[in-house]
Write a protein that binds this ligand. Sequence first.
Ligand SMILES: Nc1ncnc2c1ncn2[C@@H]1O[C@H](COP(=O)(O)OP(=O)(O)OP(=O)(O)O)[C@@H](O)[C@H]1O
Length: 306
Amino acid sequence: MTPAISVAGLGRRYRDHQALADVTFDIGTPSVTGLVGRNGAGKTTLMRILAGQEFTTSGRVHVFGSTPLENDAVLRRMLLVREDQAYLDLRVRHAVRAASLVYPNWDAGLADTLLDAYELPQARPIKKLSRGMRTALGITVGLAARAELTLFDEPYAGLDAVARTLFYDQLLADYTAHPRCIVLSTHLIDEAAELLDRVLVLDRGRLVLDAATDDLRGTATTVTGPSHSVQRFVAGRTTLSLHTMGGQARAVMAGRLDERDRELAGHLHLRLEGLTLQQLAVHAAEHHDAPGHHGPSARPTTAKAS
Ligand SMILES: Nc1ncnc2c1ncn2[C@@H]1O[C@H](COP(=O)(O)OP(=O)(O)OP(=O)(O)O)[C@@H](O)[C@H]1O
């Protein structure tokens, strides 16, 4: 089956800055994928390219089997939701009405539910909404449109914790009822962890991790305790980092632990804690040979004491 998104060797250069370099991945449907990376990593650039709003300088991008650039047949099946969306001089209800006419799977009931839940004033001009309210409007349109491919670029900007939880809950409920292809870029990956089938991590324009979330869980562990015990426990294992302070140490180890490892840890009075997705993403960016590493630039890991 043709993947919803297929990207190979993608590059985007702005004058002297390489925003994306040799990015390769496929995303099948249905799926919810988290696109993660630090500020300036290239997330928005990638999303804009997928949405046909930006040129590439190298490589190939296919959405539903065709290039999205100036391709109405593809663009009609997808939607990019961005915080800095250039809304015309519209009121909330006009923007919602306009979206309802554009997207064939539009769910008016869901739009009303979300408008109420986010307490969006329908008569207010969009320019006069708060930042969080504009994000909530983007989420409302993004979910109610129920496009075959929905790209949410940082869908939490300006939202408080209650509003973010509402988004995650609504996304999960609607996705469960209507499975499709959803990609969301986020800094708050752990908040969204339960939603994600897959994580892509960009670092300075390069894809440094591409893995199913189920495969990632348990692939790295933080070991904390007396320094000599930690040293003994991690000896001979792949260690992503090792920090010592006073008589205590904290190491991050790659690889899954078995029952014997856990017994040994108990015996040595060590605390074991699986890395969260956020921590795994950070490690992937810092150590391109971390679990699930994607790409050719792996370098050997050395345990550093500090
Ligand atoms: N039109 C442009 N002209 C020049 N440089 C650009 C342009 N658009 C993006 N860049 C640069 O490309 C890099 C990637 O930007 P991008 O907006 O894709 O990052 P991001 O991962 O979305 O960041 P953030 O999380 O801060 O939104 C940045 O260094 C940015 O300055």
